[in-house]
Design a binder for this molecule. Sequence first.
Ligand code: IMP
Ligand code: MG
Length: 187
Amino acid sequence: MTLSLPNGISRIHITEEQISKRVTELASEIVRDSGEYIHALIILKGGAVFASDLFREIARKSDIHIYHSYLKVSSYGNATESSGSVVLSHDIHEVRGRDILIIEDIIDTGATLSRLAEYLLNERGASSVRTCCLLDKESRRKPECTVLIDYRGFPVDDLFLVGYGLDYAEQYRQLPYIGVLDEDMIS
Ligand code: IMP
Ligand code: MG
Protein backbone atom coordinates (compact mmCIF):
# COMPACT_ATOMS: atom_id res chain seq x y z
CA MET A 1 0.00 0.00 0.00
CA THR A 2 1.41 3.42 -0.93
CA LEU A 3 0.34 6.30 1.25
CA SER A 4 0.27 9.82 -0.10
CA LEU A 5 1.89 12.55 1.96
CA PRO A 6 -0.18 13.70 4.92
CA ASN A 7 -2.03 16.97 4.76
CA GLY A 8 0.36 19.84 5.55
CA ILE A 9 3.52 18.11 4.27
CA SER A 10 4.77 19.54 0.98
CA ARG A 11 7.58 17.05 0.33
CA ILE A 12 9.98 14.56 1.86
CA HIS A 13 13.29 16.20 2.65
CA ILE A 14 15.22 13.26 4.14
CA THR A 15 14.07 9.71 3.45
CA GLU A 16 13.91 6.80 5.89
CA GLU A 17 16.85 5.17 4.13
CA GLN A 18 18.99 8.31 4.39
CA ILE A 19 18.15 8.66 8.07
CA SER A 20 18.94 5.06 8.82
CA LYS A 21 22.29 5.17 7.01
CA ARG A 22 23.32 8.36 8.78
CA VAL A 23 22.21 7.08 12.20
CA THR A 24 24.46 4.05 11.67
CA GLU A 25 27.40 6.34 10.82
CA LEU A 26 26.77 8.56 13.85
CA ALA A 27 26.63 5.47 16.06
CA SER A 28 30.06 4.43 14.77
CA GLU A 29 31.48 7.88 15.53
CA ILE A 30 30.06 7.80 19.05
CA VAL A 31 31.35 4.27 19.68
CA ARG A 32 34.80 5.30 18.47
CA ASP A 33 34.90 8.20 20.96
CA SER A 34 33.28 6.57 23.98
CA GLY A 35 34.57 4.46 26.83
CA GLU A 36 32.72 1.79 28.73
CA TYR A 37 29.71 3.97 29.49
CA ILE A 38 27.61 6.62 27.83
CA HIS A 39 25.53 8.96 29.97
CA ALA A 40 22.98 10.35 27.59
CA LEU A 41 20.44 13.10 28.11
CA ILE A 42 17.68 13.06 25.55
CA ILE A 43 15.81 16.27 24.89
CA LEU A 44 12.09 15.62 24.76
CA LYS A 45 10.11 15.13 22.86
CA GLY A 46 11.85 15.42 19.50
CA GLY A 47 15.07 13.64 20.47
CA ALA A 48 13.35 10.46 21.63
CA VAL A 49 12.81 8.82 18.24
CA PHE A 50 16.35 9.58 17.09
CA ALA A 51 17.87 8.42 20.40
CA SER A 52 16.09 5.09 20.35
CA ASP A 53 17.40 4.27 16.88
CA LEU A 54 20.85 5.57 17.76
CA PHE A 55 21.08 3.46 20.94
CA ARG A 56 20.17 0.29 19.12
CA GLU A 57 22.83 1.01 16.49
CA ILE A 58 25.40 1.62 19.23
CA ALA A 59 24.39 -1.72 20.77
CA ARG A 60 24.85 -3.49 17.42
CA LYS A 61 28.40 -2.16 17.23
CA SER A 62 29.63 -2.30 20.82
CA ASP A 63 28.94 -3.44 24.35
CA ILE A 64 28.95 0.09 25.73
CA HIS A 65 26.48 0.55 28.60
CA ILE A 66 24.13 3.39 27.89
CA TYR A 67 22.46 5.16 30.79
CA HIS A 68 19.94 7.70 29.75
CA SER A 69 17.49 10.26 31.08
CA TYR A 70 15.04 12.47 29.35
CA LEU A 71 14.50 16.12 29.94
CA LYS A 72 12.24 18.70 28.52
CA VAL A 73 13.53 22.10 27.49
CA SER A 74 10.70 24.33 26.40
CA SER A 75 11.44 27.20 24.11
CA TYR A 76 8.82 27.06 21.37
CA GLY A 77 5.27 26.51 22.58
CA ASN A 78 3.23 26.09 19.44
CA ALA A 79 5.19 28.53 17.33
CA THR A 80 7.84 27.88 14.69
CA GLU A 81 10.30 30.42 16.12
CA SER A 82 12.34 29.75 19.24
CA SER A 83 11.47 32.23 21.98
CA GLY A 84 15.01 32.09 23.31
CA SER A 85 14.03 31.61 26.94
CA VAL A 86 14.52 28.03 27.99
CA VAL A 87 12.52 26.34 30.72
CA LEU A 88 13.91 23.07 32.01
CA SER A 89 11.50 20.55 33.37
CA HIS A 90 12.01 16.93 34.55
CA ASP A 91 14.67 16.22 37.05
CA ILE A 92 17.95 14.93 35.78
CA HIS A 93 20.11 12.66 37.88
CA GLU A 94 23.74 11.75 38.21
CA VAL A 95 25.29 14.50 36.16
CA ARG A 96 28.10 15.49 38.51
CA GLY A 97 31.50 14.27 37.38
CA ARG A 98 30.10 12.60 34.28
CA ASP A 99 30.73 13.03 30.58
CA ILE A 100 27.28 13.80 29.27
CA LEU A 101 26.06 13.21 25.73
CA ILE A 102 23.09 15.42 24.83
CA ILE A 103 20.84 14.03 22.13
CA GLU A 104 18.67 16.51 20.28
CA ASP A 105 16.56 16.40 17.14
CA ILE A 106 17.53 19.73 15.61
CA ILE A 107 19.66 22.75 16.43
CA ASP A 108 18.34 26.05 15.16
CA THR A 109 19.41 29.27 16.94
CA GLY A 110 21.40 27.16 19.40
CA ALA A 111 19.63 28.75 22.40
CA THR A 112 18.34 25.45 23.76
CA LEU A 113 21.64 23.61 23.56
CA SER A 114 23.77 26.50 24.85
CA ARG A 115 21.52 27.04 27.83
CA LEU A 116 21.42 23.34 28.62
CA ALA A 117 25.16 22.77 28.24
CA GLU A 118 25.92 25.75 30.49
CA TYR A 119 23.46 24.47 33.06
CA LEU A 120 24.96 20.97 33.08
CA LEU A 121 28.53 22.22 33.32
CA ASN A 122 28.09 25.15 35.69
CA GLU A 123 25.17 24.18 37.86
CA ARG A 124 25.19 20.38 37.80
CA GLY A 125 28.92 19.77 37.73
CA ALA A 126 29.17 17.71 34.53
CA SER A 127 32.80 16.97 33.61
CA SER A 128 32.12 17.44 29.93
CA VAL A 129 29.26 17.76 27.51
CA ARG A 130 29.15 16.33 24.00
CA THR A 131 26.25 17.02 21.66
CA CYS A 132 24.60 14.87 19.05
CA CYS A 133 22.00 16.49 16.77
CA LEU A 134 20.29 14.85 13.87
CA LEU A 135 19.69 18.11 12.01
CA ASP A 136 21.57 21.39 11.96
CA LYS A 137 19.98 24.60 10.63
CA GLU A 138 23.39 26.23 10.62
CA SER A 139 22.37 29.48 8.88
CA ARG A 140 20.10 30.29 11.84
CA ARG A 141 22.73 30.03 14.56
CA LYS A 142 22.88 33.06 16.90
CA PRO A 143 26.38 34.41 17.51
CA GLU A 144 25.92 33.91 21.25
CA CYS A 145 25.56 30.17 20.77
CA THR A 146 28.54 28.69 22.57
CA VAL A 147 27.99 25.03 21.81
CA LEU A 148 29.67 23.00 19.10
CA ILE A 149 27.99 19.95 17.60
CA ASP A 150 30.16 16.90 18.11
CA TYR A 151 27.97 14.53 16.08
CA ARG A 152 25.79 15.99 13.37
CA GLY A 153 23.40 14.09 11.17
CA PHE A 154 22.54 16.48 8.34
CA PRO A 155 23.00 20.19 7.72
CA VAL A 156 19.61 21.57 6.61
CA ASP A 157 18.33 24.79 5.09
CA ASP A 158 16.08 27.17 6.94
CA LEU A 159 12.86 25.22 6.41
CA PHE A 160 10.38 24.08 8.99
CA LEU A 161 10.86 20.33 9.17
CA VAL A 162 8.68 17.69 10.78
CA GLY A 163 8.71 13.94 11.27
CA TYR A 164 11.06 11.42 12.93
CA GLY A 165 10.30 13.07 16.27
CA LEU A 166 10.01 16.67 15.07
CA ASP A 167 6.63 18.29 15.38
CA TYR A 168 4.59 21.26 14.44
CA ALA A 169 2.07 21.94 17.25
CA GLU A 170 2.49 18.31 18.38
CA GLN A 171 1.67 16.89 14.97
CA TYR A 172 3.73 14.75 12.57
CA ARG A 173 6.22 13.30 15.08
CA GLN A 174 5.32 9.76 13.99
CA LEU A 175 6.37 10.15 10.36
CA PRO A 176 9.27 7.82 9.52
CA TYR A 177 10.91 10.43 7.25
CA ILE A 178 11.67 14.14 7.61
CA GLY A 179 9.25 16.27 5.64
CA VAL A 180 8.88 19.96 4.88
CA LEU A 181 5.89 21.66 6.47
CA ASP A 182 3.64 23.50 4.03
CA GLU A 183 4.12 27.28 4.29
CA ASP A 184 0.40 27.88 4.69
CA MET A 185 0.26 25.61 7.77
CA ILE A 186 2.42 28.11 9.66
CA SER A 187 0.19 30.58 11.47
P1 IMP B 1 16.96 26.45 19.16
O1 IMP B 1 16.90 26.62 20.64
O2 IMP B 1 16.60 27.74 18.45
O3 IMP B 1 18.25 25.88 18.66
O4 IMP B 1 15.78 25.49 18.76
C1 IMP B 1 15.89 24.12 18.87
C2 IMP B 1 14.56 23.50 19.11
O5 IMP B 1 13.58 24.11 18.29
C3 IMP B 1 14.55 22.04 18.73
O6 IMP B 1 14.70 21.25 19.87
C4 IMP B 1 13.18 21.83 18.15
O7 IMP B 1 12.29 21.43 19.17
C5 IMP B 1 12.74 23.17 17.69
N1 IMP B 1 12.88 23.33 16.22
C6 IMP B 1 13.75 24.11 15.56
N2 IMP B 1 13.58 24.02 14.24
C7 IMP B 1 12.58 23.13 14.07
C8 IMP B 1 11.95 22.59 12.89
O8 IMP B 1 12.29 22.88 11.72
N3 IMP B 1 10.95 21.70 13.12
C9 IMP B 1 10.55 21.33 14.37
N4 IMP B 1 11.12 21.80 15.49
C10 IMP B 1 12.13 22.71 15.32
MG1 MG C 1 13.14 20.14 20.67
